[in-house]
Ligand binder design. Structure first.
Ligand SMILES: Cc1cc2nc3c(=O)[nH]c(=O)nc-3n(C[C@H](O)[C@H](O)[C@H](O)COP(=O)(O)O)c2cc1C
Length: 347
């Protein structure tokens, strides 16, 4: 029904408007008591889907990737579509508008999206208010820096977000891989990244001690455009800083083998969706093999079918996330992936 009826209508409208419309629609129907119906249709509860990673129990290994619910407005309602975890953010200390519109483009012929949103968000303290209600699902807090903050002072921004979210999320994601904040990806270099992660680890220990609670898992989200040498550096950094895992990958700045019109495919920003799938799997496989499976990996990028998700798991991912596939395939995709994982565990 989604692909035949709903998607053709939604795809007639500007993508950013559709995003807000979908939020309002989901909230409206959930408030009318449809949440139970969504759950009955989409939720798959089965012990074979459960995963325990970095001390957290995931009901299933399929999550919603960062960027969809940036301000943590709709995580409970979104979990009714069957996600095992929801990642909010990227959040920055101060609210910011992001880049001028138009900044989100559908590449229908490629089943892809280009976005240059630029961390538009209402700021971490607004999100904290939204996170104060009871969570029905595990929540990841994806954190970044404000555009106006120079890289030399970036650590302070990440620490502000970390402190603010500490009591309200289950794990953290350090985002240094968005192509839409100028200079951000330079923080992936060995020296600044090691320093940043060490500071966050220190803060983690300090906060856990002060609050008499456990430290939170910290993951690093990386770009698919890193070279093999840079990926080897990432493995070294994860081990040196003793963080809990990696999310591979963010969107790409590459534009290989696209069928869409030249004007569309040359929009600046990060490309997500089908054309990203192979590269993101390659990165997962490389990290998993070269590190000897030393740390958990969340695989994301171009998952549009159950087979795509299984491929990521086979390449070494412990969990998967999706964003663009959710837009193109609709919520039934989550159920299809979970069913396929169960089916495979029977064989
Ligand atoms: C419109 C849009 C906004 C995004 N915003 C963020 C973000 O704020 N932080 C982040 O870490 N990733 C963000 N992403 C990247 C996704 O989380 C994901 O890593 C990427 O899109 C690849 O997965 P996909 O092919 O399933 O979409 C965004 C993606 C899209 C399409």
């Amino acid at each position: 029904m989604y692909k035949q009826l709903i998607r053709p209508i939604l795809f007639l409208i500007d993508p950013e408007r559709v995003h807000h419309f979908i939020f309002k629609t989901i909230r409206f129907f959930s408030s009318l008591g449809f949440a139970g119906i969504f759950r009955a249709i989409y939720l798959v509860n089965d012990p074979r889907l459960e995963r325990e990673l970095f001390g957290l129990k995931f009901k299933n290994p399929v999550g919603l990737a960062a960027g969809f619910d940036k301000d943590a407005k709709l995580y409970n309602e979104l979990s009714d579509f069957g996600f095992g975890f929801i990642e909010i953010g990227t959040l920055t200390p101060k609210p910011q508008e992001g880049n001028p519109k138009k900044r989100l483009f559908r590449l229908k012929k490629d089943q892809a999206i280009i976005n240059r949103m630029g961390f538009n968000n209402k700021g971490v303290f607004d999100a904290v208010e939204n996170l104060k209600k009871r969570h029905r699902v595990l929540i990841g807090g994806n954190i970044g820096k404000n555009k106006v903050t120079p890289n030399e002072l970036a650590a302070k921004d990440y620490l502000i977000c970390f402190d603010a979210l500490f009591d309200h999320v289950d794990y953290f994601v350090v985002n240094v891989s968005s192509p839409n904040t100028p200079g951000l990806r330079e923080l992936q270099d060995r020296e600044p990244l090691t320093a940043l992660l060490k500071e966050l680890k220190k803060e983690n220990t300090k906060l856990a001690k002060a609050k008499d609670s456990k430290p939170k898992p910290i993951l690093l989200k990386i770009a698919p455009d890193l070279t093999n040498d840079q990926l080897l550096d990432i493995i070294g950094i994860v081990q040196d800083t003793d963080i809990d895992g990696v999310i591979a990958t963010n969107t790409t700045i590459a534009r290989n083998n696209l069928k869409s019109d030249i004007l569309l495919k040359e929009e600046t920003g990060g490309l997500s969706g089908r054309p990203l799938g192979n590269r993101s799997t390659e990165v997962i496989r490389f990290l998993s093999q070269k590190s000897n499976k030393a740390f958990p990996i969340i695989g994301v990028g171009g998952i549009h079918s159950a087979e795509d998700a299984l491929e990521k798991l086979d390449a070494g991912a412990d969990l998967v996330q999706l964003y663009t596939g959710f837009i193109y395939e609709g919520p039934a995709l989550i159920k299809r992936i979970n069913k396929a994982i169960i089916k495979r565990s029977i064989n």
